[in-house]
Design a protein around this ligand. Structure first.
Ligand SMILES: [Zn+2]
Length: 80
C-alpha cells in the first residue's frame, strides 16, 4: 500500500492492488468551483498528481492543461 498526500491541501490517495482510493478530498483547495470537484469528491488534483509516482496516472495525459485552465477560471470567478 502506498499513500500520497497532496502538498497543497492534504487530500490523500492510497493505492491498493492497483485501485486508487481518495481520502480527505473535501480538503482540496484547487478543484472546488470546477467540474473536477463533483458529488464523489475530487477527480484530478494536479498537485496530488505531481506528488504521486509518475506511473500512477491520476491525471490522464491531455487532461492536465484543461484541469489547470478550469482551476484558474474558477479562481478568477471566485475572486470577484
Ligand atoms: Zn490538492
Amino acid at each position: 500500500m502506498v499513500k500520497v498526500i497532496c502538498p497543497k491541501c492534504g487530500a490523500s490517495v492510497v493505492e491498493v492492488d492497483g485501485a486508487f482510493k481518495l481520502f480527505d478530498e473535501n480538503r482540496c483547495t484547487e478543484l472546488p468551483g470546477t467540474k473536477w470537484f463533483g458529488d464523489h469528491g475530487i477527480t484530478y488534483c494536479p498537485a496530488l498528481s505531481d506528488a504521486a509516482p509518475s506511473d500512477w496516472m491520476l491525471l490522464p495525459p491531455g487532461y492536465r492543461s484543461q484541469v489547470e485552465a478550469d482551476i484558474a477560471k474558477a479562481k478568477a470567478e471566485g475572486g470577484k
